[in-house]
Design a protein around this ligand. Structure first.
Ligand SMILES: [Zn+2]
Ligand SMILES: [Zn+2]
Ligand SMILES: [Zn+2]
Length: 509
């Protein structure tokens, strides 16, 4: 989606790094929700007994959690209820391709409304800000980015750059915890194209708002932009004014004249009119010799044919594409230009904040028992607490139990004080069962959480110092302290050496 083949061009040029989400901590992102909804809904396709709503809600929920866990503050942007008029034809075409008939009436998106509403309730209950774009979600995302309200956009749509985004992340991989990142400066460096140049590309080779000029692909448009750059700074303006460009009219006439002009015989040695034999005898006027001529002397030929050719050569690509574009009476597509280039101020807030979840609504929307939801949410909330993206009153780490590793990341396993959920939320959680397990050491205790060492040490250096010291006392190799269950086991093995051997053998096997 977006500009035809733009992502492909960037991939071919290896523009765009794989970015680990942990390197984006502290950033705020404008998230174009449409991709999540589409991926979520298609995730259920072909699977019997799985509802599209169920997979959609899970996809949206886990993707949001993934961002939150890494200290990224998302602001969710939804498509407006009506697509821009210019897009309705493209939507219709798309519908016809997928369903065999055109289903979109006018340019209403009423069909998406129930999904949007459900996702909004879910994400708001999660504590996120959700806004509805007046038009395309990626347009609002780009505007938030270009105004510096967010650091980046998360969108699979390459149009985002045409709307003025500076940094676009795409292909969020929840498993790998990564995205692919593209920047406007990276595109400039690789393809020598700026935002307005990309609009030229959309205009000529197609995007969601039109199929472009017949027979013109993105690479051809790049050639055009680079050739025009040699004599004009604003390619978009030049292309939009093609119809009224008298200079180009003249050049076009000269081009046609050239095709009807026959090239006189030229000397194979100096490339000027005449031939080798004749030049050897009388010399060549163009070379300026009275006898013989000079091999490849680079003096341009002055014959009519070559004069014409030299005049039009710098404009060949432009004349060729202009000719094709002029066959379309409606060129340039004004609606497309307005869509990309007109930006209206449309929001009041200046910074993105994440709030405490509303447990009751969240559990209801996710159809999850309160206890299960808590198991999923507590680690994420603690990550956000450490990243400083959420104020979590009552979150008190008691001690580090041991060092651990999770997804190749060095962690501390930390025991936290249990807290009442009324502390974490303004709203009462009485009506749903939220009671955490009674015993702290019970397996699966949600208050024992693996947290990245660096992140934890930054917020709680004293606890880490204490832990490191006590590890030192116990000697190396045994980097685990004060875990009562571990101590009990050690004492038990001391009393039963035979059992210990058995336990070790079992664990090795
Ligand atoms: Zn010659
Ligand atoms: Zn010559
Ligand atoms: Zn010539």
């Amino acid at each position: 989606m977006g500009v035809t083949k733009l992502w492909q061009l960037l991939e071919e040029g290896e523009e765009g790094n794989l970015v680990s989400l942990s390197d984006c901590s502290g950033q705020s992102w404008a998230v174009d929700l449409s991709a999540w909804i589409v991926h979520g809904r298609t995730g259920a396709e072909g699977k019997a007994h799985v509802s599209t709503t169920f997979t959609m809600m899970r996809t949206v929920f886990y993707r949001a959690l993934c961002l939150l866990k890494h200290g990224i503050k998302p602001i969710i942007v939804m498509d407006g209820q009506t697509a821009p008029e210019v897009k309705s034809q493209t939507l219709n075409d798309r519908c016809e391709r997928t369903h065999g008939h055109s289903k979109v009436t006018g340019h209403s998106r009423a069909g998406f409304q129930p999904s949007n509403d459900m996702c909004r309730r879910l994400l708001e209950a999660l504590g996120l800000t959700v806004i509805t774009s007046p038009g395309e979600a990626e347009k609002t995302c780009a505007l938030l980015n270009s105004k510096g309200i967010v650091d980046a956009c998360l969108s699979d749509d390459s149009d985002t750059f045409l709307y003025g985004a500076k940094t676009v992340y795409r292909n969020l991989d929840v498993k790998d915890e990564s995205v692919r990142g593209h920047t406007v400066s990276g595109i400039q460096a690789l393809l020598k194209l700026g935002q307005r140049d990309l609009v030229v590309m959309a205009l000529l080779s197609g995007c969601d708002y039109g199929s472009g000029v017949k027979g013109v692909g993105p690479k051809k448009v790049m050639d055009l932009i680079h050739s025009i750059n040699k004599y004009s700074d604003d390619v978009l303006k030049r292309v939009c004014d093609w119809r009224d460009n008298i200079e180009l009219d003249t050049l076009q006439q000269q081009k046609e004249q050239l095709t009807s002009t026959s090239k006189p015989t030229h000397c194979r040695q100096c490339q000027h009119p005449g031939n080798v034999k004749q030049h050897a005898k009388d010399g060549c006027v163009v070379c300026g010799s009275s006898e013989d001529c000079i091999v490849d002397n680079n003096v341009p030929c002055t014959c009519e044919f070559h004069k014409l050719q030299q005049t039009i050569t710098p404009y060949t690509t432009e004349l060729d594409l202009r000719e094709k574009a002029m066959r379309d009476q409606s060129f340039p597509n004004r609606q497309l230009l307005n869509e990309f280039l007109e930006s209206k101020e449309m929001f009041e807030f200046r910074n993105v904040a994440v709030e405490l979840p509303r447990w009751e609504t969240l559990a209801k929307e996710m159809l999850l028992p309160g206890k299960d939801l808590m198991h999923k949410m507590i680690p994420v909330l603690l990550f956000m607490h450490l990243h400083g993206t959420l104020c979590l009153p009552g979150a008190v780490p008691l001690r580090i139990l041991r060092e651990s590793k999770q997804n190749h990341v060095l962690c501390y396993q930390v025991l936290w004080e249990q807290f009442g959920f009324d502390k974490w939320t303004a709203q009462s959680s009485d009506s749903i069962e939220m009671t955490p397990p009674a015993k702290k050491q019970e397996s699966g205790n949600p208050y024992i959480v693996n947290l990245p060492r660096d992140l934890f040490a930054k917020k709680y250096p004293t606890l880490v110092e204490h832990f490191t010291k006590s590890c030192g006392k116990k000697g190396k190799g045994k980097r685990s302290v004060e875990d009562p269950s571990q101590q009990k086991l050690t004492q038990f093995f001391k009393a039963n050496p035979a059992k210990k051997r058995l336990f070790q053998e079992e664990n090795q096997a």
